[in-house]
Design a protein around this ligand. Structure first.
Ligand code: CA
Length: 402
C-alpha cells in the first residue's frame, strides 16, 4: 500500500537517458557516498534504540540497488485512462480468483467483518489488487530497497522514516533481518509499509509472529484493522455509479465538494437505472474520472478511507468496482470510451502549456495530480469549456491547437 502511483505502468528505459531529464535527481548527484549515508542512518537508528548487532547484520555488505532507482523513475512513463486501468486491474481472472478466495476464507472473513466492519468483498478486493491474492508479494531485500530510496533525493524524508521503522521492527524481532518485499518498500499479501506494520499489524493467530505472508488471520486482521483506523465505517458503501443529465454542469464534480444526496438529485443525478437516488443522510462527492462524457460516481466517506490506503483515484475506484463485482456481479453501465492514454511527455506538454498560459500546474513532472487538474479547470473555465478538470486526450488536442 502507499505505492505511489498505481496509475502508471512500468516501462524499461536506460538509466542514462533518464539522468538527462530535468526532474530526475539521481542519487549519484548526492555529495555524500552511500556508505557515508548508511553511517548517518546507523547513528539515527541507534539514537532511536536499535542495537548495534541488528545494524551490523542488516547493513553488512549492503550496496545501492540501481534496479530500485530504475523502477522508481519509470513508474510514471504512462498514465492509463480510467477504462484501460479498470479493464486491466479488474480483469476476469482477478474477479474469478477473488470469488474462489471469498469462498475458501468465508469463516475467517466473516469473523474479521464482525470485528472491524470491513466487508469480505472489500477486503478481498484489496488483496487481489495489491498482490493478486498473495502471488506477487515482492522478492527484493527490503532493507536494501528502502536504503536505496532513502539515499535517493526524490522522497528522502519519507523513505528514511520507513527505513528506520523497518530497522526497529527487525531489532524487536518482529521481522527477520533479510526480510523481502517490493522495490518500493512494501511487504506481505496486502503490501504494508514498515510504519504500518508497526502501527497496525496484528498477530491474530497468536503464534508470536507477525506473518503477513503465510497467516491468513494475521493478513486479514491487520488489513481490516488498518482500514478501520484510516476511516472505514461499518455498514456504509464506498460509492456507486450514477448517470448525469446531458446538460449537467461538471464544475461541482470534484472530491472536495460534498453535498447531500438530495442536492445531487436536484442537479439531475440518478442511479444507473435512471431512477431517483436513494434517501441517505450521507454526504457525497460526484467524480468523473474521464470527464463529463465518461462514467460518473457518487462517493462517500469510505471512498476517502480507500484513498488513505492509496491516494490514486483510479486505484480507489478499482477497489470499489472489484468489491461490487465480487459481491453481486455488478457491472458498469457507462459506455467505454476508447481514447489514447497520455504518456509522460504528453502530460509534461500539458503542464508546460498551462503554466505558459498562466494556469499554475507547479513544476511539470508528467504526473497529473490535483494541481494539474485544478489548473485544467481554470483553463476550461477561461475558454468556456465544460469545467471537469479531466487531463485527457481531448485536453492535449485543445492545447496543441493554438
Ligand atoms: Ca501470527
Amino acid at each position: 500500500m502507499f505505492r505511489f502511483i498505481f496509475l502508471f505502468i512500468f516501462t524499461v528505459t536506460a538509466l542514462s537517458s533518464i539522468a538527462n531529464t530535468k526532474n530526475d535527481t539521481l542519487s549519484t548527484e548526492n555529495a555524500q557516498s552511500f556508505e557515508a549515508f548508511l553511517d548517518d542512518i546507523r547513528t539515527k537508528a541507534h539514537v532511536q534504540g536499535v542495537s548495534k548487532a541488528t545494524l551490523d547484520r542488516a547493513f553488512i555488505g549492503l550496496t545501492l540497488n540501481p534496479k530500485v532507482i530504475k523502477y522508481d523513475r519509470n513508474q510514471a512513463e504512462f498514465s492509463l485512462n480510467f477504462w484501460r486501468y479498470i479493464t486491466s486491474r479488474v480483469s476476469n481472472n482477478r474477479l474469478e480468483k477473488g470469488k474462489i478466495k471469498l469462498k475458501e476464507n468465508q469463516i475467517l472473513l466473516d469473523t474479521v467483518y464482525q470485528k472491524y466492519g470491513v466487508p469480505p468483498s472489500v477486503l478481498v478486493a484489496f488483496w487481489g489488487l495489491e498482490t493478486n491474492y498473495g502471488r506477487h508479494v515482492g522478492k527484493m531485500n527490503l532493507v536494501r530497497s528502502l536504503a536505496t530510496l532513502s539515499f535517493d533525493l526524490r522522497r528522502r524524508a519519507f523513505f528514511t522514516r520507513e527505513l528506520l521503522a523497518l530497522l526497529k521492527l527487525i531489532d524487536e524481532g518482529k521481522l527477520p533481518h533479510d526480510i523481502e518485499g517490493s522495490w518500493a518498500g512494501a511487504m506481505g499479501n496486502t503490501q504494508f509499509m514498515p510504519s504500518n506494520v508497526a502501527a497496525y499489524a496484528i498477530d491474530a493467530d497468536n503464534d508470536g509472529k507477525l506473518d503477513l505472508w503465510g497467516s491468513k488471520a494475521d493478513i486479514f486482521h491487520s488489513s481490516s484493522h488498518f482500514l478501520k483506523r484510516i476511516g472505514w465505517r461499518r455498514g456504509e458503501k464506498w460509492g456507486h455509479e450514477v448517470v448525469i443529465p446531458p446538460d449537467f454542469d461538471p464544475t461541482s464534480a470534484t472530491l472536495k465538494i460534498k453535498k447531500s444526496i438530495k442536492k445531487w438529485q436536484e442537479a439531475g443525478v440518478r442511479n444507473t437505472k435512471g431512477e431517483d437516488l436513494p434517501i441517505s443522510s450521507l454526504k457525497a462527492s460526484l467524480i468523473l474520472p474521464m470527464g463529463f462524457e465518461g462514467p460518473a460516481f457518487l462517493v462517500y466517506r469510505n471512498f476517502h478511507a480507500i484513498l488513505r490506503w492509496n491516494r490514486s483515484l483510479l486505484y480507489a475506484l478499482s477497489v470499489g468496482h472489484l468489491s461490487d463485482k465480487l459481491l453481486n456481479n455488478q457491472t458498469l453501465v457507462a459506455e467505454p470510451i476508447t481514447e489514447p492514454s497520455l504518456n509522460r511527455d504528453n502530460v509534461i506538454f500539458i503542464q508546460t502549456t498551462l503554466n505558459n498560459l498562466g494556469f499554475d500546474t507547479g513544476q511539470p513532472d508528467g504526473i497529473s495530480g490535483p494541481k494539474t487538474r485544478h489548473a485544467t479547470r481554470q483553463f476550461q473555465q477561461s475558454v468556456g469549456l465544460p469545467v471537469d478538470g479531466y487531463v485527457g486526450y481531448q485536453l492535449l488536442q485543445q492545447l496543441k491547437t493554438p
